[in-house]
Design a protein around this ligand. Structure first.
Ligand SMILES: Cc1ncc(COP(=O)(O)O)c(C=O)c1O
Length: 471
């Protein structure tokens, strides 16, 4: 860490303000008094985080390189979760950093409406070439949440321009995570993300989730049981009538809710039922896109092609916010039939296809291709699976599931205190130099695709120690 420890940051004023620890104290820098005041931890409302608990013992990251983070106190952490499932090529890749810097000097921002810039088209063409089937067009956004909203709006508008404007209903799935905007939380199925925010979108229904420990505990890859759960879509069609349903949206593998791998045959069934009833199928590939399962997209991995596919995260290796929605040719073409000179879709973001994001994404795709990282993930998925399932039998482990370079380890919740056991494991792992992600009592592991076999052993070795140490 840079800078020497001085007394400046340790003023009595700051000590009096405990537990509001200053960032200056964390980084051991020597700021001016006014900088110290501005760096108080109070002002930042940290997302999806218990703020008071966090600010009492903040965990601040200062640096990152390849597979590791470095905390402000100099401790190194092996990144077992690729940041938030986004740093697929590893941290601070020189090519990406250089591309961003160059772009920032050359052209910082290009007006996004009625104007554009060459890299936006270059990136779109690259993505169209990569995406399966005729997912040939891309609408750019800045995040996964925006990608979800965009996909829902395209689905509605598509039906409307084809004279099927009665198709306004969306079908999501219990335990689904589709970001945090109103459309996303409406089709999403995580109660904590919904209950504070009123009625949300009208006309949304949900499929049952596919998680079942009784039938599928300790499955390797896709569980054998559960394809029939897709039949619930037929039930919803019977209830609402297909003429009212615009789209079904699911994560092909649900990540944020705790690694739910689709049962064998489940996605195929969803596809067939959607086709039968003229319902669009949206895959939310914000996590699964860009190699996480050992193929470019989950759609490739499972051999099921959706009508719309959201993406974000790995598209730019997390280096600059970016997202997008891939759209099948027939859907895009349907919009292009109206009179020329009219806007086909009244939607867009100031920062759609931001030049810095495009530069980062192009450099990221270069790395994926040059280093064959998706194949690397596929090659490592065997040893990964073995290492994950070796945790079976450790205290409180009630399920282990895996696919590609993802693993979920589910713990029995403490009576009356759900989530606390996994959180303690998270803290124990950090003490031992490993960053993991927990959601409720489920540990989710998804390292950068550059992880080595030795680092896979290290991840599961540290996790095993942590599991043994937590009651
Ligand atoms: C499947 C899925 N969709 C959407 C999102 C939201 O992405 P963002 O946080 O970039 O808005 C996430 C984030 O984890 C996700 O996993």
């Amino acid at each position: 860490m840079s800078g020497a420890k001085t007394s400046t940051a340790d003023t009595s004023k700051n000590r009096d303000k405990s537990p509001k620890k200053t960032i200056a104290a964390q980084t051991q820098r020597a700021p001016s008094q006014s900088a110290t005041a501005r760096n108080d931890l109070d002002a930042y409302w940290v997302p999806f985080t218990p703020n008071r608990q966090f600010k009492a013992a903040p965990r601040l990251i200062a640096k990152a390189k390849d597979m590791h983070y470095e905390m402000t106190d100099g401790r190194k952490l092996l990144d077992g979760s690729a940041g938030l499932w986004c740093v697929n090529a590893g941290h601070c890749r020189d090519e990406i950093a250089d591309a961003i810097a160059l772009q920032a000097h050359e052209m910082d921002y290009a007006t996004a409406f009625q104007m554009s810039h060459p890299k936006a088209f270059e990136l779109a063409s690259r993505l169209a070439g990569m995406a399966p089937g005729d997912l040939d067009h891309v609408f750019f956004t800045n995040s996964g949440s925006e990608s979800v909203e965009t996909s829902l709006k395209i689905a509605l508008a598509y039906h409307k321009i084809r004279g099927e404007g009665s198709r306004t209903r969306f079908i999501g799935r219990e335990r689904g995570y589709h970001g945090v905007n109103f459309g996303g939380i409406s089709v999403g199925g995580i109660v904590g993300n919904r209950k504070q925010f009123g009625n949300m979108l009208n006309g949304v229904d949900h499929l049952p989730h596919t998680h079942n420990l009784e039938h599928n505990a300790f499955s390797r890859g896709q569980p054998a049981w559960g394809a029939h759960l897709a039949d619930a879509l037929e039930g919803l069609v019977t209830l609402h009538d297909a003429s009212t349903i615009a789209a079904v949206i699911v994560e092909p593998m649900a990540g944020s809710t705790g690694v739910l791998v689709p049962p064998q045959g489940y996605l195929e069934k969803l596809r067939a039922i959607c086709d039968k009833h003229g319902i669009l199928l949206i895959f939310d590939e914000v996590i699964t896109g860009f190699g996480r399962l050992g193929a470019p997209f989950a759609a490739d991995y499972f051999g099921v092609i959706p009508d719309l596919m959201t993406m974000a995260k790995g598209i730019s290796n997390g280096a600059v916010p970016m997202g997008g929605v891939m759209v099948r040719k027939g859907i895009y073409d349907a919009f292009m039939n109206g009179p020329e000179g009219t806007i086909e879709l009244f939607h867009g973001y100031t920062y759609s296809a931001h030049p810095l994001a495009c530069a980062a994404a192009l450099a990221t795709l270069d790395i994926y291709e040059r280093d064959n990282l998706f194949q690397r993930a596929a090659d490592l998925s065997g040893p990964w699976e073995e290492a994950a399932h070796a945790l079976r039998g450790l205290p409180n482990v009630i399920d282990i599931r895996n696919i590609g370079l993802v693993a979920g380890i589910e713990l029995a919740p403490r009576p009356g205190a759900p989530g606390t056991r996994a959180y303690d494991v998270f803290l124990e792992c950090q003490k031992r130099g490993l960053l993991i992600r927990v959601t409720g009592d489920i540990i989710a592991l998804s390292p950068p695709l550059i992880v080595s076999q030795a680092q896979i052993e290290e991840i599961f070795g540290i996790l095993a120690e942590a599991l043994r140490s937590v009651a």
